[in-house]
Design a protein around this ligand. Structure first.
Ligand SMILES: [Zn+2]
Length: 294
């Protein structure tokens, strides 16, 4: 199902696009955007996008192709569950403050394989997800056929200004070289008074920098180009125009990537690290969540 009213043309920035059988087209410049398996490909230059994806896959094939494990299959499943519980409690609280149980339009910006769409749908009247990787979008579409999904370049984003009430921007920003431009997009598409939930690793902290120093080969496989602290990402968000009103540190573990995944598979270990970390090294958590409005 595709709702064309939120879209704008990535080529000429006119809105809205017009839905035709099997395609979306721009009434202003006439450009048409094909659909692949029910997912519109909303990039101005599809050949260039495919070329960039092929280059990226050649450098780091695993990151671009490997299926993202569902929460229950991840070594960090207990940590991921804590993150999900935090985000769902935030959504309940913030939507209630706005007099709603569900957001009229909720976007998972960089939805990947769509593992988060599965529970985000409980908080959305209309659920949207976008990604730049068509391999992941196909999986997301199979998992959540009710969501409106589209291929997009975050630096030339095909949605109209202020159209999303909630933007969930989870573990994406650390992968984007021009993070300032990506945050500018998130700001532009968020409705005034809307909610941005941004999650990112706390990998600029000395604790996790130590983990990378001990295992430089991991750094090459993550595809991360930014290593933020709470202060550095908060400042970037402020520069993009956001009012950040909550910063949450979450998840503690040994500063060793191999041991971290091995030990924290056990719930009692993950729980113990959470208690000790929160008390002894509160700023050295593995994950950050920042809540912001516009
Ligand atoms: Zn156009």
């Amino acid at each position: 199902m595709t709702d064309p009213t939120i879209f704008r043309c990535p080529a000429c920035h006119s809105a809205p696009l017009v839905a035709m059988p099997g395609t979306l087209s721009c009434g202003a410049c006439g450009k048409t955007f094909p659909m692949e398996g029910g997912v519109p490909l909303l990039v101005a230059d599809l050949a260039a996008h495919e070329g960039a994806m092929a280059q990226a896959r050649a450098v780091n094939p695993d990151w671009y192709r490997t299926e993202q494990p569902p929460e229950a299959a991840s070594p960090w499943r207990h940590h991921l569950k804590k993150r999900r519980h935090y985000v769902t409690s935030v959504l309940k609280r913030e939507l209630a403050q706005r007099g709603r149980a569900r957001a009229p339009r909720l976007l998972d910006l960089g939805c990947g394989d769509g593992t988060n769409l599965l529970w985000l749908k409980d908080f959305a009247e209309n659920l949207y997800g976008s990604d730049y990787n068509p391999v992941r979008l196909a999986r997301a579409h199979a998992r959540s056929p009710e969501a409106t999904l589209f291929l997009a370049d975050i630096l030339d984003y095909p949605a109209v200004d202020g159209c999303f009430d909630v933007v969930f921007f989870n573990h994406v920003i650390e992968h984007i070289p021009d993070d300032g431009a990506a945050l500018a997009t998130a700001y532009r598409i968020l409705a005034p008074g809307g909610l941005l939930i941004l999650g990112t690793p706390n990998e600029g902290s000395w604790w996790w920098q130590l983990a990378y120093r001990r295992a430089p080969e991991i750094r090459r496989t993550t595809d991360h180009v930014h290593f933020y602290t709470a202060e550095s990402i908060r400042e970037k968000m402020r520069q993009a125009g956001f009012s950040v009103f909550e910063v949450e540190h979450m998840g503690w573990g040994p500063p060793d990537w191999h041991l971290d995944g091995k030990w924290r598979q056990h719930k009692w270990v993950d729980d113990l690290f959470e208690i000790l970390g929160r008390t002894l090294v509160p700023n050295q958590a593995s994950s950050l969540y920042l809540l912001a409005t516009k």
